[in-house]
Write a protein that binds this ligand. Sequence first.
Ligand code: ADP
Length: 398
Amino acid sequence: MNNNANVPSDSRSAAVSLQAVSKSYDNKRNAVTEVSLEVMKGEFVVLLGPSGSGKATIVRAIAGTERISGGTISIFGTTVAADGRHVNPEDRGISMVFQDYALWPHMSVLDNVAFALKRNKVDAKTRRLQAGETLAKVGLGSKVNRFPSELSGGEQQRVALARALVAHSGLILFDEPLSNLDSDLREKLRIEIATLTRECNATVIYITHDQSEAFALADKIGVLKDGCLVQFGVPEDIYENPADSFIARFTGIAGEVRGIACGTTPEGLLHVDVPGLKRSVLARPVEPISRGGRVRIAIRPAAISMEATPGATADIARVADVAYRGRGYEHAVTIGEHVLSSVFSAQRVSRGSGVELSLDPRGCLAFCEHDSSERPLAETRIDSAAAEFESGYQEAVI
Ligand code: ADP
């Protein structure tokens, strides 16, 4: 995809602007290739991608701890990195929150936060006052005199958050800040990051490999793959109209099926012949697909609904596994030898039961199959001769 395709045109209010930024560490392969991106003032942008996709390199390039090999970076209208120009990190006016907290171990919690105000030329008394107020906001008002080693991981990350917020720099970079915390704490801190950064109208660039974190936090998401920005947009658009099957898979699917496009409905849905199924699967084409073309259908978990069919022969669609998830039950359903995961229902359907699955075409995303050798993310091909789809414009029934 063209890396510049989704760049907003209103550059006047851009807080951060990347134009064709590239970075190569060893002159062999680019870690980042021609990434162009604009982050508006007050916007919360999440860069999402798997490990090695270039997230940390981009954030380090914006922070100034890494020199870029090509392109331009501007922050609040000032060019901080370009050919022959590199503004030092301390002169970029950025706050950063790291995965490993990066607190001064010899300073108290209060001093860690107050230290961030030193460059603002605020007097010592005011620094400590503002640091205390910000620590109270993140729930650490009673622990200001402790040292980092006397705090839990979650509390240390709150100190780092307070340090970023107190500086009022306008731009905060977050480098996978929740990855070292357990899930309960992650959720709490995620909400605090979302609310407190918006309260102070900070512009945020946040990197993560966790799609649920990205969708929960972001005003806009940039998806990275192999150092390229492959899609940039609001979360709803990324989820509903992923630009390619990699993005669909990376943002959560229950499974995939492959087949051949065999026609369209008046509504523009695609009939796909899937080997082993007696009836075609209805899917929503995310890109132009011609009749006879090879198709990969990525199925969103929410597109699948399941009903137990008492007395049904268990070899059509059968529950292989069931897990209690609080709000309901998550099932893995086999069809022949293959599995669709993340099949939710309010009722528990026990292992081995025969079930009927309905597929909502809106959540069945059809892509051209460019590379048939690429393996599906989950082992989820539905190609049992026993499986049968009930063709219909609203839902297909297995
Ligand atoms: P992510 O943050 O998405 O995991 P990175 O930006 O850390 O990705 O890495 C992108 C690519 O750059 C990877 O191939 C990685 O191996 C390479 N890379 C990152 N840092 C360095 C470095 N200091 N020296 C050489 N290669 C690096």
